[in-house]
Design a protein around this ligand. Structure first.
Ligand code: TYD
Length: 210
C-alpha cells in the first residue's frame, strides 16, 4: 500500500557507491529551494532508535550476523523509522525522501547475501506493509560502485567488504526489482556525471510529485 495520503514518499535505491545518497541530498535541496516541505532520511536509521540499530548493522566483521538476524534487525529499525519519522511527515503532507527502504532488504538479504526473499516478504507484510509512491533505482557498473564505496573509507564498510561478486549480485537484484514493481520503480543510469544524473532525476519526477 502506498502511504502518501497528502504527502509523497520517494525512495532512492542502488548498490553501495551508486551515488544515491548524493542524489537524494541534491534533490532534497532543490525541492526545498522551491518551497517544498521535505524530510530527507535514510536507512538503516532515520530515527533515534533506528540509528542505534544501524551501528550494529554497518560496523564490524562481515560475518557478524546471519542473514536471518540481519533481516530482523533491518525490519526492527525500519518499523521505528516508519512510526516515528516517515508516517508523521507524510501525514502533515511533506515529501519524504529516504535513502534506502524495504527494497534494500529485498535485494541485499532476499537475493544477494542470501536467498531469503520469502522470509523478507513475510516479515515486510507483517511489520511494515507500506510501499513508497516512487522508487528511483540508480544503476551502476559493479566495479565502479565498489571502488567508490571503499574509497570513502567511512568505517561503515561491512557490506562493501563482501566483494565484487556480491556487488554484481546486487546489480542483478536491483534490475529484477524494476521488473517486479514496474509501476513504482524507475531505473536511473548512475554511470553518468553527477549533474547529468541529477537532471535525469528531475526529469523523471516531472508530473509525478504532488
Ligand atoms: P547505506 O548507509 O545506504 O550505505 P551506502 O551509503 O554505502 O550505500 O547502507 C548501509 C549498508 O546496509 C549498505 O551496504 C546496504 C545495507 N543494507 C542492507 O543490507 N539491507 C537493508 O535493508 C538496508 C536498508 C541496507
Amino acid at each position: 500500500m502506498a502511504v502518501s495520503r497528502g504527502g509523497f514518499f520517494l525512495t532512492f535505491e542502488g548498490a553501495d557507491g551508486s551515488g544515491k545518497s548524493t542524489q537524494a541530498k541534491r534533490l532534497a535541496a532543490t525541492l526545498q529551494a522551491n518551497g517544498a516541505d521535505v524530510v530527507l532520511t535514510r536507512e538503516p536509521g532515520g530515527s533515534i532508535g533506528a540509528e542505534e540499530i544501524r551501528r550494529l548493522l554497518v560496523e564490524g566483521d562481515p560475518g557478524r550476523w546471519s542473514a536471518e538476524t540481519e533481516i530482523l534487525l533491518f525490519t526492527a529499525a525500519r518499523r521505528d523509522h516508519l512510526e516515528r519519522t516517515i508516517l508523521p511527515a507524510l501525514k502533515r503532507g511533506a515529501i519524504v525522501i529516504s535513502d534506502r527502504f524495504a527494497d534494500s532488504t529485498r535485494v541485499y538479504q532476499g537475493a544477494a547475501r542470501a536467498d531469503l526473499r520469502t522470509t523478507v516478504d513475510t516479515l515486510h507484510t507483517l511489520m511494515i506493509s507500506h510501499e513508497p509512491d516512487l522508487t528511483l533505482v540508480i544503476d551502476i557498473d559493479a566495479k565502479t560502485g565498489l571502488q567508490r564505496g571503499l574509497a570513502r573509507n567511512s568505517g561503515e564498510d561491512r557490506f562493501e567488504e563482501l566483494g565484487a561478486n556480491f556487488q554484481q549480485k546486487l546489480r542483478i537484484g536491483y534490475r529484477a526489482l524494476l521488473t517486479d514493481f514496474p509501476d513504482r520503480c524507475l531505473g536511473i543510469d548512475g554511470d553518468n556525471s553527477e549533474d547529468t544524473v541529477a537532471a535525469e532525476i528531475l526529469d523523471a519526477l516531472k508530473g509525478r510529485l504532488p
